[in-house]
Design a protein around this ligand. Structure first.
Ligand SMILES: [Zn+2]
Length: 386
């Protein structure tokens, strides 16, 4: 209670403490009023009163601690920090924000930004209430001047702190604009495999049409230079339609699916497919070992059947043909040695010959054909080589 001048000085600066002191004073009065007028209360009052007094004294001491340790020449106010750098203090938060907003609006108009939906400083701008040196205090206009304001239409690049020392900060302006454009929404294509068409044929069942959409972008610019563009929404104006394409799987009137799958006559890699080759049509697939060397390896029957040919057959060299019934035959060519004879009944996977390079062949490989009703079909419709 000794430092009365200290309290007065402090109370001038701090309304919160003033209120709390008033509350305590009120509490005091009530206690004394009760103690004086009511005997029932009087009996229990002393202990309560003393504990209240103790806590009251403690609270006051606590409350008074701040102003007494407060350094001389400091005042409470709102300090402006930019990117962590203290610039100056003003009495009210309003003064700080109006200085900031003024600088921002001058910067924005000098950058020629007119369409922006949002503008803000690309800096960490903080207003912190606290104690600041008296000399750090200025007013709204003074703060604007420290932030570079030279005239109502011009702001310099440098920012000064209250000591008129150039602060290590550069204010830059972020502006956000949105714009929309019409874009094409491309149609998707869906494939349906069907036996209604012959192998490989295609037919567009439903034509696909592109759609149209309105795409909206959000563009963020820093000091008028685009730094980021993001798509924020897409409104479909007309939706694209799905194109449906049928792809044929039928071979010579036979339903491929009903023919079942074959086993690989030799597990290797394909070096040549069915189709035109060297001015002629290649009627089968050529298979070699994955590492290329396949000479003498066994080739096997692709499905159950009866051997109807097992001999030299012109350009095929040593050749085996197996009839599987249902009009389907498989042909294996260029063997160095045959492992079956005509009339043999084979199971899928039974060896039919040793791979070689006999006949019209440039090197050891298995040539494999599939015939349906005497017509060449693509063996890959029956056997799966990945
Ligand atoms: Zn071949």
């Amino acid at each position: 209670m000794a430092n009365l001048s200290g309290i007065t000085k402090f109370l001038k600066k701090n309304r919160i403490v003033l209120v709390s002191v008033l509350v305590f004073a009120l509490a005091f009065c009530c206690i004394f009023a009760f103690a004086g007028n009511d005997s029932d209360v009087e009996e229990i009052a002393p202990s309560e009163e003393s504990s209240l007094n103790e806590s009251l004294e403690g609270s006051i001491e606590e409350s008074l601690e701040e102003p007494t340790v407060s350094e001389e020449g400091k005042l409470y106010g709102n300090g402006l920090y930019i990117d962590g750098c203290f610039i100056a203090a003003v009495d009210s938060e309003y003064e700080a924000t109006s200085a900031i907003n003024e600088i921002l609006s001058i910067r924005v108009s000098s950058l020629g930004i007119t369409e922006a939906e949002e503008v803000y400083f690309n800096n960490n701008v903080e207003i912190v209430y606290g104690e600041y040196p008296e000399e750090a205090f200025t007013d709204s206009e003074g703060l604007a001047s420290l932030l570079g304001k030279k005239s109502p239409t011009y702001v310099a690049r440098y920012v000064y702190d209250y000591n008129r020392v150039v602060a290590p900060v550069t204010l830059s302006v972020c502006s956000v604009e949105t714009y929309s454009e019409t874009i094409t929404l491309e149609y998707e294509s869906k494939t349906i495999y069907t036996d209604a068409l012959r192998d490989g044929a295609t037919k567009v069942v439903t034509k696909g049409y592109n759609g149209e959409g309105k795409q909206t972008y959000r563009v963020v610019s820093v000091d008028g230079v685009k730094s980021e563009t993001n798509v924020v929404s897409l409104d479909v104006i007309t939706a694209p339609t799905v194109e449906v394409v049928q792809v044929g799987t039928r071979s010579n009137g036979k339903n491929v699916a009903s023919l079942g799958t074959f086993q690989k006559p030799y597990d290797g890699r394909i070096t040549s497919y069915v189709g035109p080759r060297w001015g002629r049509t290649h009627n089968g697939i050529d298979i070699v070992a994955h590492d290329g060397g396949c000479k003498g390896d066994p080739a096997v029957a692709a499905a159950d059947g009866v051997v109807i040919r097992a001999d030299w057959y012109g350009g095929y060299g040593n050749c085996v043909i197996i009839d599987h019934g249902n009009g389907i035959q498989t042909l294996y060519a260029h063997f160095t040695k045959l492992s079956v004879k005509v009339g043999d009944v084979v199971k899928a996977g039974d060896e039919v010959g040793k791979i070689g390079s006999t006949g019209n062949s440039t090197g050891p490989h298995l040539h494999f054909e599939v015939h349906v009703d005497g017509e060449i079909v693509n063996p890959l419709l029956f056997v799966d080589y990945e």
